[in-house]
Design a protein. Structure first.
Length: 122
C-alpha cells in the first residue's frame, strides 16, 4: 500500500504543479477559474488518498467542505462570465471584434414605442 500511495502522491504533486502553472499563466479569467477548480479537485484527491492510507474517516468532513467550495466557486465564476458576456467587453466595439457591421438604428423610429396607426410606429 505504501508504494501505491507514494506513486499517487507523486502524480498528484505533478498535477498540482501543472494546474498551478495554468493558474498563474492562464491567458484568460476563465482559464484561471478552471485551473482553480482543478486545483481544488487535486486537493480533494490528495485528502482522499491520505484518508485511504490512514484507514480512518476523520477527513471526510473536509472533503465535503472542499467539494461545496469547489461547486460554489464554479457556479459563481460561470455566473460572472455570463453577466460579463451579456454586458459586453466594455472597451472595444463588438463589431470590431467580429468584423461584422454594427446594427443601424432607424432614425424615424421613436424611442418611447408610440404607434401612429395600425402597426406603424409614430
Amino acid at each position: 500500500m505504501a508504494v501505491i500511495a507514494t506513486v499517487l502522491a507523486a502524480l498528484l504533486v505533478a498535477a498540482a504543479l501543472l494546474v498551478t502553472y495554468r493558474l498563474v499563466r492562464g491567458p484568460s479569467t476563465l482559464d484561471r477559474a478552471v485551473a482553480l477548480d482543478a486545483l481544488v479537485s487535486v486537493m480533494m484527491a490528495g485528502i482522499g488518498v491520505q484518508t485511504a492510507v490512514q484507514g480512518n474517516a476523520f477527513s471526510l468532513p473536509v472533503l465535503l467542505v472542499l467539494s461545496f467550495l469547489g461547486f460554489t466557486g464554479s457556479v459563481g465564476v460561470a455566473r460572472f462570465m455570463a453577466l460579463r458576456d451579456e454586458a459586453g467587453s466594455g472597451d472595444a466595439d463588438s463589431s470590431e471584434e467580429t468584423g461584422e457591421p454594427a446594427p443601424v438604428e432607424d432614425v424615424g423610429t421613436p424611442r418611447d414605442g408610440r404607434r401612429d396607426g395600425p402597426g406603424r410606429l409614430a
